[in-house]
Design a protein around this ligand. Structure first.
Ligand code: ATP
Ligand code: MG
Length: 285
């Protein structure tokens, strides 16, 4: 029987979360011990552990059927592969930065300047779109030191908190791209592989949905029920159960976590008590 081959990062910022996602999807497989290829004991997949930069090429050639990489690596690779799902982790941005004492007044600053980056394709496109003519110095790592040693006037690199920039005397001036981890797939999947992928995707989406949503329980006097139901942007009508205490009910519903923080005060004002918000492990739609 065929197996779906999944490429994930061997070590680095995407590794742990990629492994966790597959495990949350119920896949059991040996992890660690330095093996570069392993298979799941309970789902028809093989997992390849690779450097993230190599994954697009493996997927394009159908050596790996799918892979988990940052959108930044996907775009930079310019390979003929598809994004099938955004995964909502490892969010970061690719930004331009310049020495912090630079008088920066806008993107035209970069005309006739040198910019060091490991992302020449993305950066060249960005400069083209903004009609900037700059020289791109391609370096593969420690990009932040380039301005300090006179290699470049600025850099274009991955930023999350900005602390690495700061500690190297740089300031972020333009966001070139917002990135997150994505699931990419080959454009040449046969039917059997596609059907395994569909099963995995169904599980990934259930895990993702569960993370975005919370289960909410609260108590209220019956005469406030209508009002509280109006406040809850429920996906389904809520479950209402009578409490032992006369004239009171317990209301259960599913709510997006974001919305919960928006409406918590309204719920309290409307007389909700004993509010509990609990995580959902899987959500099957
Ligand atoms: P490899 O050895 O596999 O080539 P790498 O050093 O190129 O690894 P990492 O630093 O592990 O890559 O980053 C992998 C991906 O994680 C990046 O391409 C990006 O999408 C994301 N990422 C990078 N830096 C951060 C960060 N500071 N915060 C969040 N996500 C990040
Ligand atoms: Mg890499």
């Amino acid at each position: 029987m065929s197996k779906l081959k999944i490429a994930i990062q061997k070590s680095g910022r995407l590794n742990e979360k990629s492994v966790a996602l597959l495990e949350e999807c119920g896949l059991k497989f040996p992890n660690g011990g330095g093996k570069l290829i392993t298979e799941s004991s309970n789902f028809p997949v093989e997992i390849l552990f690779l450097r993230d930069d190599d994954i697009p090429q493996y997927v394009e050639q159908n050596v790996a059927h799918i892979g988990i990489i940052g959108e930044n690596v996907f775009l930079e690779s310019q390979k003929q592969i598809n994004i099938v799902e955004k995964l909502n982790f490892s969010g970061c941005r690719l930004s331009l930065a310049v020495p912090k004492e630079t008088d920066y007044e806008g993107i035209s600053f970069f005309n006739d300047k040198k910019v060091a980056t490991s992302y020449p394709n993305i950066l060249q496109n960005y400069f083209n779109e903004n009609q900037i003519k700059a020289t791109i110095e391609v370096i593969s790592g420690s990009v932040e030191i380039a301005p300090g040693i006179g290699l470049a006037d600025g850099i274009c690199d991955i930023v999350s908190s900005g602390s690495t920039l700061l500690s190297n005397g740089l300031k972020e001036v333009e966001i070139v791209l917002k990135s997150q981890a994505v699931l990419v797939s080959s454009q040449n999947l046969d039917e059997e592989i596609q059907s395994i992928l569909n099963k995995l995707l169904f599980r990934i989406r259930s895990v993702q949905k569960a993370k975005e949503n919370k289960y909410i329980l609260l108590n209220t006097q019956n005469n406030q029920l209508e009002k509280i139901i109006q406040i809850l942007p429920g996906m389904n009508s809520p479950t209402i159960l009578p409490l032992a205490k006369e004239g009171w009910s317990s209301l259960h519903s599913v709510i997006s976590e974001e919305k919960f923080w928006e409406i918590i005060d309204e719920l309290k004002e409307a007389g909700a008590e004993g509010i509990l918000v609990v995580p959902i492990e899987k959500m099957i739609l």
